[in-house]
Design a protein around this ligand. Structure first.
Ligand SMILES: NC(=O)C1=CN([C@@H]2O[C@H](COP(=O)(O)OP(=O)(O)OC[C@H]3O[C@@H](n4cnc5c(N)ncnc54)[C@H](O)[C@@H]3O)[C@@H](O)[C@H]2O)C=CC1
Ligand SMILES: O=C([O-])CC(=O)C(=O)O
Length: 330
């Protein structure tokens, strides 16, 4: 077998980690022929729990799992990593304002960005799942000047998958018939899931639905507020679906998106579609095996979509201003 690929995961003892690690270890991220070395980062108080998770990983006897390292120092854990899945983040606690959350997570993603810069492998790809995902990715990217900005991304694939499922259910089609879905903007309630470019069974999705009121009053808010609905129903936030989307996002990035289709990923804006350059915003993106990606060009954006994209991008811009004022990015 070839040399194991080092995959770093932060927040590894958390909810998402518990779903994610076993799938990576069993070959669902890199394929059944690629051995994996898991490098798991946690804060010191969570290392004992993480040891228990590692015992379970051992007990699965996955043929693709070559080695597991755990620790609380990103400079050690990120050493030689080719993939970094940044899941661990400080959740909002009682009495915490949005600015406090940005500041607490800012400290984490500043340190992790620097550690990636200094220790990751040359072919590193970084996926940020921990919230606020887009801005955390911006902070990590800004603190890793030696790593190309195209190697950082944030997760909007869960929103994408949610949108695919809602559309398929509405029109009574299998999810496999839904293509060209796009989430624009921020992974937050302002995100814009776009049915005007999506297709179902090859047909324009908005036309197949044929109900603008459903799109505006049901589809968009259902997708955008799905995270809150899961918390309400389950008592804790999405974990298995978030782990699954983290795999989908990173697998498609490393191995290429389906021929003729695209995926949603938050990547550094190059100014496409009027999104301010430098923001980490979700776009329709094609990926090529080996880890390249390109923002799909030339889509026509009508006034309705324009307003929705601008609103979400304005929120991203406010978040960038807030973390700039905190001195977390230059
Ligand atoms: N982008 C998306 O679509 C989604 C994002 N999320 C976000 O993912 C994050 C993780 O969610 P869960 O696993 O449910 O949370 P969790 O609270 O169960 O686990 C988070 C883990 O991160 C660890 N952690 C905190 N600071 C750390 C640091 N500096 N270094 C390493 N580990 C650290 C904690 O000890 C904890 O074990 C949250 O921010 C959540 O809001 C959740 C669902 C979807
Ligand atoms: O809403 C949350 O807190 C978790 C999340 O990001 C999601 O489920 O989309």
């Amino acid at each position: 077998m070839s040399t194991p690929v080092k995959v770093a995961v932060t927040g590894a003892a958390g909810q998402i980690g518990y779903s994610l690690l076993f799938r990576i270890a069993s070959g669902e991220l890199l394929g059944k022929d690629t051995p994996v070395e898991l490098r798991l980062l946690e804060i010191a108080p969570a290392l004992k729990t993480l040891e228990g998770v590692v015992m379970e990983l051992d007990d699965c006897a996955f043929p693709t799992l070559a080695k597991v390292e755990i620790g609380d120092d990103p400079n050690v854990i990120f050493d030689g990593a080719s993939v970094a899945l940044l899941v661990g983040a400080r959740p909002r606690s009682k009495g915490m304002e949005r600015g406090d959350l940005l500041e607490a997570n800012g400290a984490i993603f500043t340190a992790q960005g620097k550690a990636l810069n200094d220790h990751a492998a040359d072919d590193i790809r970084v996926t940020v799942t921990g919230n606020p995902a887009n801005t955390n990715a911006l902070i990590a990217m800004s603190n890793a000047p030696d790593i190309g900005s195209e190697r950082f991304s944030a997760l909007t694939r869960l929103d994408h998958n949610r949108a695919v499922a809602q559309l398929a259910a509405k029109v009574g089609a299998p999810v496999s018939e839904v293509t060209h879905m796009t989430i624009w903007g921020n992974h937050s309630a302002t995100q814009y899931p776009d049915l005007f470019h999506a297709r179902v069974g090859g047909r324009n999705a908005a036309e197949a639905v044929g109900d603008q009121a459903w799109i505006e009053d049901t589809f968009i808010p259902t997708v955008a507020k799905r995270g809150a609905a899961i918390i309400e129903a389950r008592g804790s936030s999405s974990a298995a679906s978030a782990a699954s989307a983290t795999i989908d996002h990173t697998r498609d990035w490393l191995r290429g998106s389906a021929q003729g289709d695209w995926v949603s990923m938050a990547v550094r804006s190059d100014g496409s579609y009027g999104v301010a350059e430098g923001l980490m915003s979700s776009f329709p993106v094609t990926t090529t095996a080996g880890g390249g990606h390109e923002i799909v060009q030339g889509l026509e954006i009508d006034d309705f979509s324009r307003g929705k994209i601008d609103a979400s991008v304005a929120e991203l811009s406010d978040e960038r201003d807030a973390v700039t004022q905190l001195g977390l990015i230059g």
